[in-house]
Design a protein around this ligand. Structure first.
Ligand code: AG3
Length: 283
């Protein structure tokens, strides 16, 4: 194979490799190792600790699905909190909603935002919207200290290793419940149904104990492990399957549509089966 290749070890037994045109930036931040590389296949790519976070070519599958599903589930979202998401992709989608008055982005690592602004402007552009407040602090603490504050909370985290582990815990979900208003909606990225089925089952069972409505939905993200990705949603009042589409805003998207929103909740039998399987069983 000619040229320089980057490989992410997605599991101990599986890697994804992309040919590099060039490394644009590399640094050790106080929290992690950060790189922005330019690739032939997916354009510019953000890596944190050698894990692909987002790419210019395939980011929209993920960012549109993590943002528009909860925002359209809520009939009139005015305040949104994003935890993680320092590249700005989720915020860019949120500010497309005319009802939004304020978006709070809580990112622990200021260097992610600075580098996204510099090297990934097409992803970071929403961060300049006047409704956006950026806070460089710990999302777990932020949520612990809030009550009845947000209409929508979105967790756009890294994988559940290191500092992100706490964002996948039942205690955190209970604090999210409290930080939401009485009819709030919560969504988190919850990894690969192919490689993380036990994690997804545990999260769904935690959310079912905390929220009256708990659901799983799927999208595709070509550069993530397995290419199929899961989001977990908890809602205090509104069912994501009962959206009144006549009232929903028209937002410009490249993947998300009302029909795809509905369809994303149709789970293939292998997912349904692991959700119902006993605790210890892996897919
Ligand atoms: N958040 C990262 C999702 C996890 C990807 N995992 C992986 N490639 N192994 C995405 C950040 C985009 N805003």
């Amino acid at each position: 194979m000619r040229g320089i290749w980057f490989s992410e070890l997605q599991t101990p037994d599986l890697a994804i490799s992309v040919r590099l045109n060039q490394t644009l930036h590399h640094e050790k931040t106080p929290y992690q190792e950060l790189a922005v590389v330019d690739t032939e296949a997916y354009g510019r790519m953000l890596l944190l600790d050698n894990i692909i976070q987002t790419t210019v070519k395939d980011e929209f599958f993920y960012h549109e699905m993590i943002a528009h599903v909860p925002l359209n589930t809520h009939p009139n979202p005015r305040t949104a909190l994003v935890i993680g998401g320092g590249d700005g992709g989720v915020v860019r989608e949120i500010v497309k909603h005319p009802s939004i008055e304020k978006v709070t982005l809580v990112e622990i690592d200021a260097r992610v935002v600075a580098n996204a602004r510099e090297y990934l402007p097409e992803i970071a552009c929403g961060l300049d919207d006047a409704r956006v407040e950026i806070r460089f602090e710990d999302g777990i603490e932020h949520v612990r200290q809030r009550e009845n504050t947000y209409d929508v909370i979105i967790v756009d985290s890294t994988d559940p290793i290191g500092p992100a582990v706490g964002l996948f815990s039942a205690e955190f979900y209970r604090n999210v419940y409290r930080a939401l208003k009485a009819d709030g909606v919560f969504v988190a990225q919850t990894e690969s149904p192919i490689f993380n089925s036990r994690l997804i089952r545990r999260i769904q069972s935690d959310l079912k104990e905390i929220f009256p409505i708990a659901r799983l939905y799927l999208t595709t993200v070509p550069t993530y492990p397995g290419g199929l990705w899961a989001f977990s949603l908890g809602s205090k009042e509104y069912d994501p399957l009962e959206v009144d589409w006549r009232q929903a805003p028209q937002v410009a998207t490249r993947y998300y549509t009302p029909a795809i929103h509905q369809a994303a909740f149709s789970l293939p039998p292998f997912v349904q089966e692991f959700l119902e399987a006993p605790e210890e069983e892996e897919f």
